[in-house]
Write a protein that binds this ligand. Structure first.
Ligand code: DUC
Ligand code: ZN
Length: 454
């Protein structure tokens, strides 16, 4: 039998397997895995890892905040993602106050459809616990938004405990997953006020303004309320061991609790807020980047599985916008870029450093993000699944610079960092869209993913 495309002689690595063989593709789907398969097109993957396309369940493309917007459009951001071995992303719908959820979803889709180069899903943000809005949660789920974003941070998103209770209940009743930014914002605000009153306005004070305990406390509280109402919950961007331990504790009790962390918390440390060669404001994100012991604790939590997945929270702002907080760190919008660098960073600092096995790397970056976010055809190299595949060269060395990356910003948080191992070819639904690191796909080919839990 001849297939449309066969990837030959690669080291096929999935969450559970590791063997040398071929992957055959028919149309947009994986058709077979085996030996000596043949196709009308064949790609020699000798010496390369063949893994499922990476899934980034947490990105902010062309996201408006007041009068600014994140720097990557859906087109630019998904090109960068594809070049980094990512074949699916999940961005956000952020409805206006009182806006109908499905109407907001349709509007957000008009911004992405026709522009994205890989498949994408959308989380639905629940701004408050307005009963009229919560009554629409099931409908949003039916339209493919299986996951709902809740915040215990930021003045315009912050949910009080009673609001959390009601919103989480609505998510549970719809059969969805809550994804939560958990920090204790009222306490953080008090810490900020004290720091600013003492004249501590420089960027180096950013991590002091959001202590680990304010994150851990919020994680505990959110997971407790979620358990009470039966809402499976994924805590976003865990940045410290204290918070990861709260997720581990919830898991030990049998709760449906999951954790995500991001490369910036694993590979950077808080000395970057005081570096001389790069402005500290570039690295301002919420929660903040913390010390090296915290990064080590996060790697351990990933290894044991108390943190499940690695996403990026890709949220790039231009260097000019990042300057807003030069004289007062609280005025810099939070967010770092990372949509293109995750697979290679986690391979280098996680696998090569001995924290993660190759299988766990694939599981944390590709397979579990797909499963947890309700993508029913992604994240696995199994016949019938979408042929989203990445060829990763474990010998290729790259030193990061803004110029080599595809985000629409003039800097990268990872400038000067050398990694061994990089994605070289990206295949999305059977189509080669990145070859030798060069994007060859077409704008608008990506599709909206209707996600659900089976
Ligand atoms: N944190 C950030 O740093 N950026 C985007 C949103 C968030 O929660
Ligand atoms: Zn985010």
């Amino acid at each position: 039998m001849s297939y449309d495309l066969v990837i030959k002689n690669g080291r096929i690595i999935t969450a559970g397997e590791d063997f040398v063989g071929d992957v055959a593709i028919a149309g947009e789907s994986i058709a077979a895995l085996g030996q000596q398969l043949s196709g009308s097109r064949e790609i020699d993957a000798s010496g390369l890892y063949v893994i499922p396309g990476a899934v980034d369940g947490h990105v902010h493309l062309q996201m408006p905040i007041a009068d600014i917007v994140t720097a990557d459009s859906f087109e630019q951001g998904t090109i960068a993602a594809a070049c980094g071995g990512v074949t699916s992303i999940i961005d956000f719908v952020e409805p206006g106050k009182g806006q109908d959820l499905v109407e907001a979803l349709e509007w957000r889709r008009t911004e992405a459809d026709g522009h994205v180069v890989i498949d994408y899903g959308l989380h639905m943000t629940l701004l408050d616990a307005d009963p009229l809005i919560l009554a629409q949660v099931s409908e949003a789920y039916d339209q493919g938004c299986a996951t709902f974003k809740l915040y215990t941070a930021y003045p315009h998103f912050y949910l009080t405990d009673d609001e959390l209770y009601r919103a989480l209940r609505a998510v549970a009743e719809a059969g969805g997953l809550a994804v939560v930014h958990a920090e204790n914002y009222p306490v953080i605000t008090e810490v900020w006020k004290r720091l600013l009153a003492e004249g501590k306005v420089e960027t180096k004070w950013h991590p002091y303004s959001r202590p680990a305990v304010t994150e851990a406390e919020a994680v505990n509280r959110v997971l407790s309320i979620a358990h009470l109402v039966g809402a499976p919950t994924l805590i976003f961007h865990l940045s410290c061991g204290e918070a990861a331990r709260e997720v581990a504790y919830a898991k030990e009790r049998g709760w449906a609790a999951f954790g995500e962390t991001c490369p910036q918390y694993l590979t950077l440390t808080d000395d970057i807020y005081e570096r001389e060669d790069m402005p500290g404001t570039w690295f301002i994100c919420q929660p903040p980047i913390r010390g090296s012991a915290q990064a080590a604790a996060l790697w351990q939590s990933l290894a044991t599985g108390s943190i499940d997945i690695i996403s990026t929270d890709h949220c790039p702002f231009s260097a000019e916008v990042k300057k807003y907080g030069e004289q007062n760190f609280t005025l810099t919008p939070g967010g770092v870029a990372g949509i293109e660098t995750r697979l290679a960073l986690v391979h280098n600092f996680g696998v090569l450093a001995g924290y993660l096995t190759l299988n766990r790397w694939v599981e944390a970056c590709c397979t579990l993000p797909a499963d947890l976010h309700g993508m029913t055809r992604k994240g696995h190299l199994i016949p019938g699944y979408d042929a989203d595949i990445v060829l990763f060269d474990p010998r290729k060395e790259i030193t990061y610079s803004a110029e080599m990356l595809h985000s629409n910003i003039s800097y990268t948080p990872y400038a000067g960092i050398t990694v061994k191992g990089a994605p070289v070819t990206t295949i999305s639904r059977g189509e080669v869209i990145v070859e030798d690191g060069q994007f060859t796909g077409t704008r608008g080919r990506g599709q909206f993913l209707k996600r659900r839990y089976e």
